[in-house]
Design a protein around this ligand. Structure first.
Ligand code: ATP
Length: 145
């Protein structure tokens, strides 16, 4: 079976490296499926649980990633993100607390309670929420967000 090399790096480490059959990501332009010999591509990624299909395995492997970039060539996928974790590295309680904090901030901004909140504050809260949801999804938790 044809494979393509995937590497996922965060600022401090190589989080994942493997020969894979397919990668499904959430790019800034929507969901993308990358197969071996894909046309060259560079795109932004938003925080999500990326789905890795390994050759000969039906089950998908999940990896939580923050925002970043992906560069695809026909032989290799290079993912560079602000943070990435394997499911077993994820502290679920921490992600649940982070999600609750982000939801509270977003609700407060929406009510005008924080009048000095800028668009940047709102965007930071939104991205924090998305990272928490990505971590909870990667660990198989149902998320209502
Ligand atoms: P929090 O609000 O809990 O700090 P965050 O989304 O702000 O989360 P990041 O800035 O994305 O955190 O990540 C900072 C570092 O902490 C990274 O090394 C990331 O891998 C790690 N990290 C963040 N949340 C978790 C978690 N729930 N479980 C394990 N590691 C985590």
């Amino acid at each position: 079976m044809a494979t393509i090399k995937l590497s996922v790096v965060s600022p401090d480490r190589l989080v994942y490296e493997n020969d894979i059959a397919m990668l499904i990501v959430r790019s800034t332009g929507g969901e993308l499926g990358i197969l071996p010999r894909h046309a060259p591509l560079v795109t932004g990624l938003i925080p999500h649980a990326m789905r890795i299909k390994l050759p000969g395995e039906a089950a998908e492997h999940l990896l939580a990633v923050g925002g970043g970039f992906m560069e695809v060539t026909p032989e290799k996928i290079a993912v560079m993100v602000s943070a990435a974790e394997e499911p077993e590295e994820i502290d679920v309680l921490r992600a649940q607390r982070s999600l609750a904090r982000a939801k509270e901030r977003i609700a407060a901004f929406g009510k005008g309670a924080a009048n000095d909140a800028t668009d940047i504050d709102m965007e930071r809260a939104r991205l924090s929420l998305m990272r928490a949801v990505a971590r909870l999804k990667a660990t198989g938790n149902d998320v209502d967000a």
